[in-house]
Design a protein. Structure first.
Length: 187
């Protein structure tokens, strides 16, 4: 039954990514230089992400989140699509995991433990803009799953999930990943 539900979810996710153009990036060739293997090329002036690679990374990330959750390790989620903020804040109220809005994140929060009291075992980010936590995670040896677009620097990101961050499909992926962490059910 779980396999059937997962296959159904994979089909919905793929359909949502395709219909919301979750595979399209910017038209800048400059952004493609350090991201070999993540792009299929250009089409009608836009970069095209390799969805197969992004989805493979995504499903590996889901397994990692499940493993950390089952091991009672703390996961820190940073950022989300703006329309999901209120929903996510409510979902995290009774969770051991943490959620920080992207605009509330302060660089140094991980490395300056005495000030922040943050010590997550895994970090998941949805980077639409602003500061990026990859160097800080690397320095603290914390695995990083990051939803990024073609404007992001992928250095120090352990699990980069390249998608169009403004697409509904990317939001669905991120919200599902969070549900895996804060619930025991197999979504």
């Amino acid at each position: 039954m779980v396999k059937v539900r997962q296959k159904f979810f994979e089909n919905i996710l793929l359909e949502e990514l395709l219909s919301s153009e979750g595979f399209l990036g910017s038209s800048s060739l400059e952004n493609l230089k350090d991201k070999k293997g993540f792009f299929l090329g250009l089409r009608k002036g836009f970069s095209v992400f390799d969805l197969e690679k992004s989805l493979t990374t995504y499903f590996n990330a889901i397994n990692l989140v499940k493993a950390f959750n089952e091991s009672s390790l703390q996961i820190l989620f940073i950022g989300c699509p703006s329309y999901l903020e209120k929903t996510l804040e409510e979902e995290f109220i009774n969770s051991r995991h943490l959620f920080v809005r992207g605009d509330s994140w302060v660089l140094g929060s991980l490395t300056n433990f005495s000030q922040s009291n943050l010590s997550p075992s895994l970090i998941v980010t949805f980077k639409e803009s602003g500061v990026f936590q990859s160097k800080e995670c690397f320095k603290e040896e914390i695995p990083l799953i990051s939803f990024v677009d073609d404007t992001s620097n992928l250095n120090f990101v352990d699990y980069p999930i390249l998608v169009n961050l403004k697409s509904k499909g990317a939001s669905l992926m991120y919200h599902n990943l969070i549900k895996q962490a804060i619930s025991k059910s197999d979504v």
